[in-house]
Design a protein around this ligand. Structure first.
Ligand SMILES: [Cu+2]
Length: 379
């Protein structure tokens, strides 16, 4: 190697170093933290990054200096120091100390992350294919949060909106300044609840309850995703958390309760066929189209077509007036194999609407109507 090659190599090396540390300040770094834990994670990340850079500079400077200064062409002879005990002890102890130095703050943060004690409120989040269900424990509020991005944008026939695939119909609302504990589980497959600005990422596993917590100080809308990889539609079940003042939060809880009471009351009244079909279309597109397709054609053999389906156009009640086993209502309420059970996810009005829509839309025309009161009685 001549002097020019070595110099140009050094130049490339230095410019690489400069660019990577510059980039750390810009878009390539972690999301700006908004919780205490996320801030700790961010600071740890930076600290360890600087430690790495420092080690890199020290090690490579010595290496390149030695290579250059002691090269054969200037007549250097290799020095032998095999079995140099002092040297071996030093190069074991120094890295060990560096590792311990990094492990101490990292462990502190992990312990703080797992410390869900003394939470001000708890939300149970359950992952479903492909949506999140939230239950505010002790507050009697429960709802489903589904993707709000229209199918046209997903299939490329409409321009994509600003929060493409990161928008939902019902966001999680939390008060600022409060320690919120999230209990995570899943109904069908493993999901993962991830909100980067909170420093929260946790698998939601069927049969287990995992706990995470966050405390947001600043009002705002924070977005995340289901971070599970295997499975078809985890990328279509985002998470949106709105942090608001305590008054706004209380008002929101009251409005959710009022809406639930209203939905319960509307389940007792007689619905017109047109209203059921119109409402059913919305319910269908949100909950069923991912598997059975918006047209009802399904994706056979995995997901049967509802258009012309024997079950979806067959009888709902038996001759005795009771719900028919393996009939249309039974299938939707209780599910079977891969078909989810909708009992806990949809209310009477939603189930009556979606069934009426399946029977009178999607290319079917049985002409009959299922009333919410009938669903209620069949539960
Ligand atoms: Cu998921």
């Amino acid at each position: 190697m001549n002097k020019r090659t070595i110099l140009s190599f050094c130049a490339v090396f230095l410019s690489f170093l400069a660019s990577s540390s510059v980039q750390a300040e810009y878009a390539l770094n972690l999301r700006a933290p908004v919780t205490e834990i996320a801030t700790q994670i961010y600071d740890l990340h930076m600290l360890i990054m600087y430690v790495c850079i420092a080690i890199f500079i020290v090690v490579f400077s010595i290496m390149f200096y030695s290579l250059y200064k002691h090269r054969k062409s200037v007549g250097h002879k290799a020095v032998q120091f095999h079995e140099h005990h002092m040297l071996e002890v030093v190069w074991t102890i120094i890295p060990a100390l560096i590792l311990i130095g990094m492990a101490i703050p990292a462990t502190k943060t992990i312990l703080a992350m797992k410390d869900t004690r003394e939470a001000d409120m708890s939300i149970k989040a359950t992952g479903h294919q492909w949506k999140w269900e939230y239950e505010y424990l002790g507050k009697d509020v429960r709802f489903i949060s589904t993707l709000a991005t229209p199918q046209e944008q997903i299939h490329g026939t409409a321009p994509k909106s600003e929060h493409y695939l990161l928008e939902v119909d019902n966001p999680v609302v939390v008060p600022t300044g409060k320690k919120v504990r999230v209990l995570l589980t899943a109904e069908d497959v493993i999901h993962a609840w991830w909100v980067p600005s909170f420093g929260v990422k946790q698998d939601a596993i069927p049969g287990f309850i995992k706990e995470v917590w966050f405390r947001v100080e600043k009002e705002g809308t924070y977005r995340g995703q289901c971070a599970e990889l295997c499975g078809k539609d985890h990328g279509f079940m985002p998470i949106v958390v709105e942090a608001v003042s305590e008054e706004k939060f209380n008002a929101w809880i009251a409005s959710k309760k009022a809406a639930a009471a209203e939905a319960a009351a509307s389940g007792d009244k007689e619905w017109s066929k047109d209203d059921l079909i119109a409402n059913g279309k919305t319910v269908y597109e949100k909950n069923c189209a991912a598997c059975h397709q918006a047209s009802g054609a399904g994706l056979p053999p995995a997901f049967p077509a509802l258009t012309g389906s024997k079950i979806a156009t067959g009888p709902i009640f038996g001759a005795d007036g009771k719900m028919l086993k393996d009939g249309h209502l039974d299938r939707v309420l209780n599910g079977v194999r891969v078909m989810p059970s909708w009992k806990a996810l949809l209310n009477d009005v939603e189930i009556a609407s979606v069934i009426t829509y399946e029977r009178n839309g999607l290319g079917n025309s049985t002409g009959d109507v299922l009333q919410p009161a009938q669903v209620k009685a069949a539960r």
